[in-house]
Design a protein around this ligand. Structure first.
Ligand code: HEM
Length: 160
């Protein structure tokens, strides 16, 4: 399931190096792309950084998913979300660099990554039995239960 995240991770890190090479060809010129603080150059830089950042996130997810039962539906959704986020973030940076009004486009990577992160936590909670464990321990400790438990034990002790 998560092999796609491992492949995405290394392809994205490679694209990070390549985009860095591209930036490296012009960054020494002060007014390149309108200068260091220009909108276009900032979005190009953000795209460059996102390759590494989201490559790392996909790599982390790949190793995290190995701790989960295979075929877990939450993990499957997270896996797709991290790949979608990794793909759409640099594309949005490039589009935004040339069409600043296209800001809403960023909803794609942002929502994909938020959903993927949420389902990863959900899959971890579920695969570690933290939900069931919480339910069981709550059953143990809710007052009326312990009372009836105590009552039953007392009854049992008296052979009733
Ligand atoms: C082949 C390797 C790399 C090359 C050739 C490269 C090249 C560049 C260049 C030329 C810039 C400046 C862009 C500008 O002035 O607008 C830049 C900025 C940046 N790079 Fe890379 N980079 C590489 C790898 C990395 C890696 C591995 C990371 C982090 C994981 C990284 C993170 C950043 C960051 C955070 C900035 C923005 C710095 C700032 O705000 O000025 N880069 N990179």
């Amino acid at each position: 399931m998560a092999n796609i995240n491992l492949i995405t991770a290394w392809v994205w890190i490679g694209l990070g190096f390549l985009s860095g090479l591209g930036l490296g060809l012009g960054f020494d010129r002060e007014h390149w792309l309108g200068g260091y603080a220009s909108w276009k150059r900032r979005l190009y830089r953000l795209g460059h950084i996102s390759f590494f950042g989201l490559g790392m996130v996909n790599l982390l997810f790949y190793f995290t998913a190995r701790t989960m039962p295979s075929g877990d539906s939450f993990a499957a959704i997270a896996s797709i979300g991290f790949v979608a986020g990794a793909f759409t973030m640099p594309v949005c940076c490039l589009v935004m660099a040339h069409f600043p009004k296209a800001k809403m486009l960023f909803a794609l990577p942002v929502l994909s990554l938020l959903i993927a992160g949420g389902f990863t936590v959900g899959a971890l909670v579920r695969s570690n039995g933290w939900i069931e464990h919480a339910a069981v321990s709550r059953a143990h400790f809710t007052p009326q239960d312990s009372e009836s438990n105590a009552a039953t034990t007392a009854l049992a002790a008296n052979g009733l």
